[in-house]
Write a protein that binds this ligand. Sequence first.
Ligand code: HPA
Length: 264
Amino acid sequence: MIGQKIGLIGGSGLYEIEGFEITREVAVSTPFGEPSAAYKIGELGGSEIAFLSRHGIPHSIPPHKVNYRANLWGLKSLGVERIISVSAVGGIAVEMNPGAIVILDQIIDMTFGARLSTFYDQDKVTHVDFTYPYCNDMRGPAVKAARDIGLSARESGAYICVNGPRLETAREIQFFSMIGADVVGMTAMPEAALARELEMCLLGISVVTNYAAGISGTKLTTTEVVETMKGSVEKIKSLLKAVIPHLPPVRACACKHALKDAEL
Ligand code: HPA
């Protein structure tokens, strides 16, 4: 039997998942414009999945130009309540070596003002709680699933989101380290905040594709990012397959009621 519908957003190097059988593709139009691509609907781990390639097919939309509002709205309109977002990141903290997998728990947003980051910029004044940007009822099963399948994954991590598309300076990375960032990337925001505004649950899984600027002394390349991600696809796929059946069938988390008492 096919369970709940889960949204899966794939980032650089994760454009499709082998073993995920696509049964149909759905193009969605939203009041906020077009999502990055058509949603691929199929099954994985016993659940119906709506897969979206964040950067389009082929990869042509840079992180600062992704229409995050359309992507999230589109998922919601397909009946998705839970999202798993996979992203490539640069490693800042110790152990954040290329190939490491991180189950995210925090975000530091450095994109503020540069991206359309809310659904509430018209007539309603709404301040949604974002203390814990990722759903704990998804993080718990993800941590457990990783342990069950013997996958070495960091069980928490703070993602600092920059606007890009340029990579960082060495001193920026030093600063990010000082303020508590473990990994750096360009897409977690506003994706996570928009999911919360739509009262959707979000699980963020990052793959460290390179050492962040100035950490290893070698020049960073986009090829390295995509190749490392491709090399980690099998691990990500195993983790996804293991976690999906363990998500609680009914949502009992705070994400579901995120807008309660949020409006002025
Ligand atoms: N910096 C920012 N974004 C990234 C990086 C990085 O080093 N690697 C993958 N996405």
